[in-house]
Design a protein around this ligand. Structure first.
Ligand SMILES: [Zn+2]
Length: 133
């Protein structure tokens, strides 16, 4: 796994988004292929994930291939919005966290996005890429 010298989390700010509700934005230029931030949260089971999604409408759960990470109580990463042409992707880190990595240079003030990767999102998608078409 790639090692990163720095973490840009301090440069990530939460603001209102044109995509949906709040979003996270780059407070400074973030170069390509850098660690934007570490995704941490409460590690839960698949069964508990299902329950929280269905009963609590919790849409803030990430999956690292082994564990489900509930980010509802975090102050930044839970606000990341979907884009079909995102500027970040999620990669493995360890069993309790994930890395958010930049796919290209992100300019100051640009919204930080990822591809949520589940089917329902692509129908009636209102991301920057789809609304620009
Ligand atoms: Zn879209």
């Amino acid at each position: 796994m790639k090692k990163f010298d720095r973490n840009w989390e301090e440069s990530v700010i939460v603001k209102n988004s044109k995509i949906h509700g709040k979003g996270i934005f780059a407070g400074s230029v973030i170069p390509e292929d850098e660690l934007v931030m570490v995704i941490r949260g409460e590690v839960i089971s698949g069964k508990e994930c299902e329950r929280r999604e269905e009963e609590d409408n919790n849409v803030y759960i990430f999956w690292n291939g082994r564990y489900y990470i509930d980010t509802v109580n975090t102050d930044k990463i839970k606000y990341i919005n979907h884009d079909c042409n995102p500027n970040c992707y999620v990669d493995d880190r360890d069993k309790e966290s994930l890395n958010l990595i930049s796919l290209r240079e992100i300019i100051k003030g640009e919204e930080i996005t990822m591809d949520y990767g589940y089917e329902e999102i692509y129908e009636n998608c209102s991301c920057h890429t789809c609304t620009a078409k």
